[in-house]
Design a protein around this ligand. Structure first.
Ligand SMILES: NC(=O)c1ccc[n+]([C@@H]2O[C@H](COP(=O)([O-])OP(=O)(O)OC[C@H]3O[C@@H](n4cnc5c(N)ncnc54)[C@H](O)[C@@H]3O)[C@@H](O)[C@H]2O)c1
Length: 366
């Protein structure tokens, strides 16, 4: 088992990474669970069926535990699910000595974390990530839900008490979810670690490479990138914004796709990163061989095209509703070269031109 510590202002907390970490829950969390009145495991339909009972059995039999399950997928990050979970907390009698376990991928981490952040003005929670993507989302304390007008528009910073990352749970992940999570790993490499990026490009050439033990040792490295950024800028006043590389257009793609599973978060981010590279090349800030990058991602099975069916104007209007837009201006994270990110406000007419120039699947005449 590997371990690292995330330093945040409210508290520092451990991240445990390894096979069968779940089965050590009781011993790893002994102090954090001492005196707890009740635990609620929040999970989704897929993950609940696979791992909720395992987790329950790993907790002290004297601790009352209840399980709340929401439908799987991005649509669960909604006001309706949030309200239903708050009602469950009240009905089950959770109090300020209770604790929530977020058992699942990034959707559950964000949703359950937001419930924990706001129920009785905040109770502790533990992240138990079960997707590759959640190596990123479970660390750093960003919690939240979507509004029908935009993604992650409602939320809070609330750091978990611990992160238990049992890599054995990844074994049941569908290929598409491996790929989705790998996009966030690539993002960490692009913005922070050129050596890591080089290694990934040389060694990860297919979905099988993502799924094998090859990338396992790099999970800790990727989490460490995030932990370092969070330590420096917990509330996203500065460098943490670089983690949004690929997310400005990525969130718009997810929003327009309708949160129905047609596009995964990582697929949207991958397309967004390629677009951001085109933007920085266009502005003369970089010299990316975008076609080479696209080739790599396509070999891994990413659909990196901007989805057809929406006009450039629609993408721009959707991006303007994102919380990263300030006074209606669109700020992008651009990367000059691996490890050198910057924030740049990009003129709308340039985006319009670039979105329209991108013949990859865009509708014409918009
Ligand atoms: N808070 C943050 O800092 C942060 C960072 C990045 C992304 N996110 C958020 O994370 C979300 C995406 O997370 P995700 O990609 O993990 O999606 P997800 O939670 O929807 O999981 C993807 C799918 O995999 C299934 N699944 C999860 N674990 C499984 C397992 N072990 N075996 C089989 N199936 C499993 C789920 O049921 C779901 O259908 C987005 O909402 C995004 O906004 C948050």
């Amino acid at each position: 088992m590997e371990q690292l510590t995330v330093h945040a202002s409210a508290q520092s907390y451990p991240v445990y990474i390894g096979e069968n970490v779940l089965h050590q829950t009781e011993s790893l969390l002994k102090e954090k669970l001492a005196g707890k009145s009740k635990a609620m495991i929040i999970t989704d339909t897929n993950v609940g069926e696979l791992y909720a009972e395992d987790l329950r059995l790993c907790l002290d039999p004297m601790l009352p535990v209840c399980v709340e399950t929401v439908p799987n997928g991005e649509s669960a990050k909604s006001l309706a699910s949030y309200e239903r979970l708050l009602t469950a907390c009240i009905r089950e009698g959770l109090d300020r000595q209770s604790i929530i376990f977020a058992l699942g991928g990034g959707v559950i981490g964000d949703l359950a974390g937001f419930v924990a952040a706001t129920y009785m003005r905040g109770i502790p929670f533990v992240q138990v990530p079960t997707t590759l993507l959640a190596h990123d989302s479970s660390v750093g304390g960003k919690t939240g839900i979507n509004h029908e007008l935009g993604k992650n528009l409602i939320g809070a910073f609330h750091q978990p008490s611990a992160v238990l990352y049992d890599t054995q749970t990844l074994m049941t992940l569908p290929d598409r979810e491996w790929r989705s999570g790998f996009a966030e790993m690539i993002k960490h490499a692009y913005i922070n670690d050129s050596e890591f990026l080089q290694w990934l490009k040389e060694n990860v050439r297919s979905i099988e490479d993502i799924k094998t033990n090859k990338i396992r040792p790099f999970l800790k490295r990727s989490i460490a990138v995030k932990a370092d950024i969070v330590k420096e800028d917990e509330k996203e006043a500065g460098v943490r914004a670089y983690l949004n590389f690929g997310h400005t257009l990525g969130h718009a793609i997810e929003k327009l796709a309708g949160y129905n599973g047609d596009v995964t978060h990582g697929e949207a981010v991958a397309a967004g990163m390629m677009f951001a590279m085109r933007v920085s090349n266009y502005l003369g800030l970089s010299n990316w061989d975008v076609e080479e990058e696209v080739k790599w991602l396509e070999a891994l099975g990413f659909p990196v095209n901007i989805p057809a069916g929406f006009s450039a104007q629609t993408f721009i209007e959707t991006m303007k509703k994102d919380k990263k837009a300030t006074s209606g201006q669109l700020t992008f994270v651009l990367v000059e070269k691996p490890g050198c990110p910057l924030l740049k406000t990009v003129e709308e007419h340039l985006l319009y031109e670039l979105l329209n120039n991108d013949k990859r699947g865009m509708t014409s005449g918009d």
